[in-house]
Ligand binder design. Structure first.
Ligand SMILES: *[C@@H]1O[C@H](CO)[C@@H](O)[C@H](O)[C@H]1NC(C)=O
Ligand SMILES: *[C@@H]1O[C@H](CO)[C@@H](O)[C@H](O)[C@H]1NC(C)=O
Length: 356
């Protein structure tokens, strides 16, 4: 059975073949194909939201979550196993769990509702569990079935992907918020009932981006065969690392440079940000990171944007607007010799190019 998730410019093909046995969720016994039909649209929407979040989080990084990196399936030959691969797995897995959980809370599935398993119990000082907690247990179980089933190997790469899938699910759980309601005479709040709510998915993305920066490299690729001994070593290594952390096996390539073999575009031609009130520190440094540090120059391009403005309502019933022109300045990474075209000899250009 195949699931085709589409994303502009690419199609990623994912196969599910772990449906030969029945499995149960919330005492609701389901066999494979039926489960596939119930959850597949939600799983696809979740994977999509993971990809969108990846693009958002890496918009101003040298590696910007290109389509080519989004191959989650182990089919299709060589896969990388670097820090970015780790993030893609974690955010996709988190997206699927998040969407399934949210669908459940919205009543989209017959067999699932709030998690009220702890209701009535003491949660902490002065509060009891109560209300409708988002059912992450459900989202976790189903997303695991779908996403982890894509790893069929037993090598270090498969172990890495499974670890990072789990880190994604832990991120959803770990960013949930406790929300409380007061009870008591005229809102005196003598007791409170509390439940757990999913955060905005953005928060999960931001959390995982931090984990990405702290990603751990493990050395398992050298001389790793497929023997029982090496499988044991792999299992032992991964079990010693916290499930919250992202793990990778290889160093990342140089994302400054175009590399057709690896499907990398390089940073030439990328837009970067310079001035703006609401820019974060990371965004403000984007021209340096994408252009300067990659041996490229920053080119300023001015453009005029036309938009409707000063709209007035005329009685009755028309709205008339003026056309306003706004000058916008944008910045792009360009090759140094291109920018300096006209000045300098061919020899001096060659020299400049050699510099890193
Ligand atoms: C679950 O939610 C997603 C996104 O909110 C939506 O596209 C999808 O159709 C929902 N699935 C079901 C089964 O309702
Ligand atoms: C592309 O990457 C491969 C693998 O890292 C490397 O061997 C090769 O030299 C690179 N090619 C270019 C043009 O940088």
């Amino acid at each position: 059975m195949f699931w085709m998730g589409s994303y502009p410019g690419t199609l990623f093909l994912v196969s599910f073949f772990h449906f030969s046995y029945p499995w149960s969720v919330n005492n609701f016994l389901m066999t494979g194909p039926k489960a596939y039909l119930i959850y597949s649209s939600s799983v696809a929407a979740g994977a999509q939201s993971g990809i969108e979040e990846c693009k958002f989080q890496f918009a101003w990084d040298r590696w910007n979550c290109p389509e080519r990196a989004l191959q989650l399936s182990s089919h299709g030959g060589l896969r990388s196993a670097n820090r970015e691969t780790a993030f893609v797995h974690a955010i996709s897995s988190a997206g699927v769990m998040y969407t399934l959980t949210r669908n459940c809370s919205l009543g989209d599935f017959d067999n699932c509702g709030c998690d009220d398993s702890r209701n009535g119990q003491l949660g902490g000082q002065g509060w009891l569990w109560g209300g409708c907690s988002d059912n992450v247990g459900f989202g976790e179980a189903i997303s695991k079935q779908f996403v982890d089933a894509l790893e069929t190997g037993q090598d270090a790469r498969a172990a890495m992907n499974l670890h990072n899938n789990e880190a994604g699910r832990k991120a959803v759980k770990g960013t949930m918020k406790r929300t409380c309601k007061c009870h008591g005479v005229s809102g005196s709040c003598t007791t409170q009932t509390c439940w757990l709510q999913l955060p905005e998915f953005r928060e999960v993305g931001t959390y995982l981006k931090e984990k990405y920066h702290k990603g751990l490299k493990v050395d398992l690729l050298q001389g790793a065969g497929n023997s029982a001994a090496s499988r044991g070593a792999i299992a032992e290594t991964f079990s010693s690392i916290s499930k919250k952390e992202l793990v990778h096996l290889e160093d990342s390539p140089d994302y400054c440079l175009e590399n057709k073999t690896l499907g990398l575009l390089g940073t030439e031609g990328r837009e970067c940000l310079k001035r703006g009130k609401a820019l974060s520190k990371w965004e403000k440094r984007s021209c340096q990171r994408l252009c300067g540090d990659c041996g490229l120059a920053v080119e300023e391009r001015r453009a005029e944007m036309v938009s409707s403005c000063n709209c007035k309502f005329h009685w009755c019933c028309a709205v008339r607007c003026e056309q306003c022109r706004k000058r916008v300045t944008k910045y792009y990474c360009v090759r140094k010799e291109k920018r300096e075209r006209g000045g300098g000899s061919a020899a001096s250009r060659k020299l400049k190019r050699k510099q890193p």
